[in-house]
Design a protein around this ligand. Structure first.
Ligand code: AHM
Ligand code: MG
Length: 335
């Protein structure tokens, strides 16, 4: 197979789908990729230089901020500001979204709004387990002008123009979609390029793996226990295998490739679950649906949920269509 870089791939798909593209999205993706290469380099040196461990600060989610989280966040913000294509940024590490003002600038700001979780699964950093960066991109309405308002940021996942993730594992990968299927690229460190390695990804219709933090079983309601039990203790067939990394990107990436289901349900102590809608659930739901899978919060399709605030949380059931449908059927029957 001839080697195709991610930029070549983007340009060739853009030519057929958006012949009038201005190049701004390409600039954004380029800077996102440069950010990920820098983050990946630092993640891979994490045990050698003094960047492990916490900073002692607590972020807006009440979690201990790891040094690499802060580093990843500042690299991404710097690049998104510099690329000129972006007018607003929302991040897991920022209490408020950042609006890039056009005032006093020679060039108007580009039309893209990006949300990211700069380093998802950061509790795994110190133990050398895969972590990742998740991103979600929207385009501002054509007629909008001036600085972006807070309301313009709160949009349902269906309106994403692109979404994806980088996974920093044994190799560094980019998996993303612009709404025309999902493609995966692997970083070849010898040439510093992401090369197309997983063209046109599809989630198998059903899988043999379920992924959930089952330590929370006592805190789940009856329908959630039944949903998990359909995979863990089915009456009529072999149980699914359980795999849980505790890094959403890694657990989702496995689900994309092998099929099965990832579950992060609501529970009595966390009535909306843990995962964040705008920069965790929505972008992964976009990828899952583009790859033929499904994503729901039990009652509603993730992509149709309109957020009330940037850091809103949601329960998440995502993966193979037939496995997610089983959970939806149980929730329907029991509510
Ligand atoms: P983070 O973004 O602060 O790293 O938190 C999100 C992570 C996900 O990667 C993972 O799926 C989940 O938290 C694990 O949570 P738990 O330890 O409750 O199972
Ligand atoms: Mg995080």
């Amino acid at each position: 197979m001839p080697e195709i870089t991610v930029t070549e791939h983007l340009l060739s798909t853009q030519k057929s789908s958006s012949p009038h593209a201005t190049g701004q999205f390409t600039a954004l993706l380029h800077d996102l990729i440069v950010s990920a290469k820098i983050i990946s380099r630092n993640v891979k040196q994490a045990g050698l230089v003094d960047i492990l461990g916490g900073t002692g600060r607590i972020n807006v989610q009440g979690e201990n901020v790891q040094k690499l989280d802060e580093f990843a966040n500042s690299v991404l913000i710097y690049r998104m500001r510099a690329c000129g294509a972006v007018c607003a940024v929302g991040s897991e590490e920022l209490a408020e979204s950042l609006i890039f003002s056009s005032r006093g600038e020679e060039q108007p700001r580009g039309p893209y709004i990006i949300f990211f979780d700069p380093l998802d699964g950061s509790s795994n950093i110190d133990v050398n387990v895969s972590i990742g960066t998740i991103f979600s991109i929207y385009r501002r309405a054509e007629e909008s002008c001036g600085d972006v308002s807070e309301q313009e940021l709160l949009r349902p996942g269906l309106e994403q123009v692109a979404a994806g993730y980088f996974v920093y594992g044994p190799s560094t990968m980019l998996v993303y979609s612009t709404g025309q299927g999902v493609n995966g690229f692997t970083l070849d460190p010898s040439i510093g390029e992401f090369l197309l390695s997983h063209p046109n990804m599809h989630i198998p219709e059903t899988g043999a793996i379920y992924s959930v933090n089952s330590a929370y079983y006592p805190h789940w309601d009856e329908r959630t226990r039944e949903a998990v039990d359909t995979f863990a203790r089915p009456a009529d067939r072999e149980p699914h295998s359980l795999r849980y990394v505790g890094s959403l990107v890694a657990d989702f990436h496995r689900t994309m490739l092998y099929g099965g289901i990832f579950l992060y349900p609501a529970e009595e102590r966390k009535p909306k679950g843990k995962l964040r809608l705008m920069y965790e659930a929505s972008p992964l739901a976009f990828l899952a649906e583009q790859a033929g899978g499904l994503a729901t919060d039990g009652a509603d399709r993730i992509l149709e949920k309109r957020p009330q605030e940037i850091h809103e949380r949601t329960p998440l059931f995502i993966g193979s269509a037939r496995d997610v449908e089983k959970v939806m059927a149980i929730y329907r029957r029991r509510s």
